[in-house]
Design a protein around this ligand. Structure first.
Ligand SMILES: [Zn+2]
Length: 272
């Protein structure tokens, strides 16, 4: 996959393409057994919603709803489906509690209330409660078919994990005996699994890259008139990011192409 090269700097990446993620899923699904279908569906969800690996591997059958229906408070129309994700919210900054009861930043050397030394103050554990998020997309999304192909094989029981482990433990560097393996429905894959799956089809791709691809795709998407479709705020909300710096860390800058667009249109500002 030539256009999906690894690297730390999004600005050095070529313009990514969602169609290539569809290709990846097709390659994964080529192994025509249950694991191939499971793995393609898992990568498809990451590609469609840009969620983290660990937020996808934990999904259960009850977390997917097809419209017309409702998921959480989110209405789903005909031709749409929704997924209930549990997002690990960013940790709040570390805090310390002074003997006087005042909660201070952990960086404080002296209490902001009583002025005493914070040296022996109690550290307050950070909260990491998962947050419920409901997302939807169209059934016609080119990646959706990989998910629904696999969902047909999942037991109706709502507690079933969508991405179950195999009953055969596969050790690093070993090839699983795929013919005799069966899904263990009550045990989800680890959050390392999406990385392993992608590496088997293309060593230059990893799960978090799919998040970047989607962020770039949405940033650069234009309508028929050539106007950008999504503003920053929409994209930040789509990814459940808490601020725009996170967003800016994900996207490649437009470089000369965007600069040329500005140059081409800037004269319009002076038109009467
Ligand atoms: Zn104090």
């Amino acid at each position: 996959m030539a256009t999906l090269k690894a690297g730390n700097d999004p600005n050095k990446w070529p313009q990514p393409d969602l169609a290539e993620v569809v290709n990846l899923c097709s390659m994964i699904a080529e192994k025509k057994d249950w694991m191939g279908k499971r793995d393609a569906a898992m990568i498809a969800i990451i590609g469609m919603f840009g969620k983290r690996a660990g937020e996808v591997t934990r999904l259960q059958r009850k977390d997917i709803v097809i419209g017309p229906n409702k998921i959480g408070k989110l209405p789903l129309a005909q031709g749409e489906f929704g997924i209930h994700f549990q997002i690990q919210k960013a940790q709040s900054p570390a805090k310390k509690r002074c003997k006087c009861g005042k909660v201070n930043s952990a960086k404080n050397v002296f209490c902001s209330e009583c002025g005493k030394s914070m040296k022996n103050a109690l550290l307050i554990p950070k909260k990491r409660a998962p947050v419920d998020k409901y997302k939807l997309t169209a059934l016609s999304h080119p990646l959706a078919r990989f998910l629904f192909e696999w969902l047909k094989e999942i037991p109706r029981s709502s507690e079933s994990y969508i991405f179950p482990r195999s009953n055969i433990d596969v050790k690093q560097g070993e090839f699983p005996d795929r013919t005799s393996s069966r899904p263990v429905w009550n045990t989800p894959l680890s959050r390392r699994a999406p990385w392993r799956v992608l590496q088997t089809v293309d060593k230059s791709v990893w799960p978090h890259l799919l998040r970047h691809i989607l962020a770039n795709e949405l940033t650069n998407r234009k309508d028929k008139e050539g106007n950008y479709v999504y503003d920053e705020k929409s994209i930040i909300d789509f990814f459940d990011w808490s601020n725009r710096n996170t967003y800016l860390g994900y996207i490649a800058l437009g470089g000369e192409k965007r600069a040329a667009e500005v140059g081409r249109n800037v004269g319009d500002l002076f038109k009467g």
